[in-house]
Design a protein around this ligand. Structure first.
Ligand SMILES: [Zn+2]
Length: 126
């Protein structure tokens, strides 16, 4: 018996991670490869829906709900802070995301220490 725990949906998580990195790399290197980047993020979201895997809050906040492109400030999005609210404006489809910034010490639940139950090391021991 091995003590290595199995990760549910490991292949889909690895694939989503790869697609996100690829989309980010494409759009930051060359803005003309916007459509390829858009297709990779679209595929990543479709995989997460099919495999019922939640995306991390940072990934979710940095993808556009309208056109599903990656929102990178200065390249694909414009960020303004007005009246203690952060307005993230997609430059491709003009969709607006609004986040409250009233409390600067605010952390999402997934980034708090109490949300961490167990750290599992998936690398096989040799
Ligand atoms: Zn958009």
């Amino acid at each position: 018996m091995s003590n290595i725990k199995k990760c549910a949906g490991k292949e889909s998580l690895q694939r989503m991670n790869y697609l996100l990195q690829l989309a980010n790399q494409l759009i930051t290197q060359n803005k003309s490869s916007y459509i390829a980047s858009l297709q990779y993020t679209n595929l990543m979201i479709n995989i997460s829906k099919k495999a019922v895997q939640r995306l991390d809050i940072d990934i979710k906040r940095n993808t556009c709900k309208g056109c599903r492109s990656i929102l990178i400030p200065g390249i694909t999005s414009k960020i303004r802070i007005k009246k203690k609210k952060m307005n993230v404006h997609c430059l491709n489809c003009s969709t607006l995301k609004i986040f409250e910034v009233k409390n600067p010490d605010y952390l999402p639940w997934s980034q708090k220490n109490e949300s961490l139950v167990e750290i599992i090391n998936y690398t096989p021991h040799r």
